[in-house]
Design a protein around this ligand. Structure first.
Ligand code: BGC
Length: 523
């Protein structure tokens, strides 16, 4: 049985020397900006597809249908498969490119993957900003998707490898912070660009993606490579010097030797993908699939993509609806800061469990509020002001719960649990599963709203219950454990230990997947 506590204190197993140097902090901040492109896109698409001039130009039939629709059933007003296909096509492209990125990240380094990410996203943004025909929009979005696949594959790994292990959580969450900043900036821009008289504001919204793209492109050119990746690519001496610089101490031998050992183990692996199927990687593979799956099944992107539509549905005017999206955006950024503060102190499990409980309560309240007013037929009657305020308030508390739990941890935990030999491949699975479920939710949400009505929130609430139970029983605490030492947490877990044999985790510390420390329980 799992212990109910939230994991051990620091200091079991290895304790590599090293400081939170200015160098590593700045490096990680620059790299984390790779999240901006993903966030900007999430925030921009929903708003653009509610702009009339954009719809008239590219999706006239959708526009006509919306205008002609006199039905008062609020649940089904916005259901259009073609339009959602525009939004969600990007995620399929991202899925495909993260698989290619796995190879680039492993063989050519993390930096190059980031550079490709930036360049592809830049190209996509330009084509979209100047789009004349639907095909240009689609090509642009595919390029954006390719860019996101590369960036999301490499940036979280880069951050987790660079960071001193005691600050890994906080530094890695810089990625999620950038995602949330990207979303917020995009919603604010949409709000203003939608008001531009000539109706071409959408061009600025879409073309504006060039800015975050340039940030990651230039960033990737100036960033150093991670020591792990340098060793993996036979640049040992450079890696040793770099590690000293990053950690700000001379005494890096123990960490360096472990990185070399991990790299040697990794070299023996010719087929990282096939390798993933080995029994000893069962815990990793399970997490690489379930963590992103659960992250998307929190239902967060219903709010991120469709907040304006959702707020319109519950009776807000257009302007107020866009404004509410800005409010949830601010909450999203602020709550991520809480996570940065707490993740290495309180641990991952605490945040997962607390955030899960908070999201669950909010989903039930929102379902009840919408159900009470709109009923089964979607006819709201008169909506009092207090009612709208309660709904927005609980949506905000829900977003906060996500923003300090599944949001950042959905990227952090996978990036820190994979041993080097499968890291790249497993991270691609993480990104792919994330993208496919983002795609599915973006694609079917409006249809689900139309059919499940307020029950939609109950649907996601059900999954929040499942994922919280899953974390409680199956996810070990990973705070304060060096990344190349992670095998310890599986070996000492009540369930996963059965997959790790003594060959994988020899008592005397010889490495295959990493070395073991003492026997303190990591639960
Ligand atoms: C998720 C996105 C989501 C965003 C919201 C990210 O961690 O992967 O799908 O839109 O958080 O902040």
């Amino acid at each position: 049985m799992p212990a109910a506590g939230f994991g051990p204190g620091p200091g079991n197993g290895k304790q590599y020397p090293g400081n939170l140097t200015l160098y590593v902090t700045v490096t990680c901040m620059v790299a984390a900006m790779g999240g901006l492109i993903f966030g900007y896109d999430i925030g921009i698409s929903g708003g653009v597809t509610t702009m009339d001039p954009f719809l008239k130009k590219f999706f006239p039939s959708v526009y006509e249908k919306q205008k002609a629709d006199t039905s008062t059933n609020q649940y089904c007003k916005f259901d259009s498969q073609r339009l959602t296909m525009f939004t969600s096509s990007l995620y399929l492209a991202a899925l495909a490119s993260s698989l290619v990125a796995s190879w680039v990240t492993r063989k050519l380094g993390r930096k190059l993957s980031m550079l490709f990410g930036g360049l592809l996203f830049c190209a996509g943004a330009l084509i979209n900003g100047f789009a004349q025909k639907v095909w240009m929009l689609i090509v642009g979005r595919i390029l954006l998707g390719f860019g996101i696949g590369f960036a999301n594959q490499s940036v979280p790994l880069y951050l987790s490898e660079m960071a001193p292990y005691k600050y890994r959580g906080a530094l890695n969450i810089g990625f999620q912070l950038s995602i949330t900043i990207g979303i917020l900036v995009a919603s604010v821009l949409n709000y203003f660009f939608a008001k531009i008289k000539g109706g071409w504001g959408w061009r600025l919204s879409l073309g504006g993606a060039v800015v975050p793209a340039l940030i990651i492109t230039i960033g990737s050119l100036v960033l150093p490579e991670t020591p792990n990746s340098m060793i993996e690519r036979d640049q040992r001496e450079e890696a040793r010097i770099k590690l000293k610089r990053i950690r700000g101490v001379e005494d890096i031998e123990e960490e360096f030797n472990d990185l070399v050992a991990a790299s040697d183990a990794s070299k023996k692996v010719e087929h990282p993908w096939r390798n993933l199927l080995q029994r000893k990687y069962r815990p990793h593979l399970t997490m690489a699939i379930l963590i992103p799956f659960f992250q998307q099944l929190t239902g967060i992107n219903v709010i991120m993509f469709y907040a304006p539509v959702l707020f319109k549905t519950i009776g807000f005017g257009s302007d107020a609806a866009l404004m509410s999206a800005v409010i949830t955006g601010v909450v999203n950024v602020s709550a991520t800061l809480v996570s940065i503060y707490g993740v290495d102190k309180w641990g991952r499990r605490f945040l997962f469990l607390q955030g899960g409980a908070q999201m669950l309560i909010c989903q039930i309240v929102v379902a009840a509020c919408i159900g009470a007013k709109f009923g089964i037929d979607g006819e709201p009657g008169n909506l009092p002001k207090w009612y709208a305020i309660v709904v927005v308030l609980f949506i905000c508390i829900y977003v906060a719960g996500f923003a300090w739990s599944w949001g950042p941890l959905g990227w952090l935990v996978p990036s820190e649990i994979f041993p080097l030999e499968i890291r790249s491949a497993a991270q691609s699975i993480n990104v792919s599963v994330n993208m496919i479920f983002t795609f599915i939710i973006a694609q079917v949400f409006l249809m689900m709203l139309c059919h499940l009505k307020f029950g939609l929130f109950i649907f996601f609430a059900f999954f929040v219950v499942v994922m919280t139970i899953f974390v409680y029983f199956f996810l070990p605490e990973t705070k304060n454990i060096p990344i190349e030492e992670m095998v310890i947490v599986w070996k000492q877990h009540w369930f996963w230990s059965r997959f790790i044999t003594d060959v994988d985790y020899p008592a005397n510390g010889a490495v295959e997947m990493g070395k073991g420390g003492d026997s303190t329980k990591y639960v």
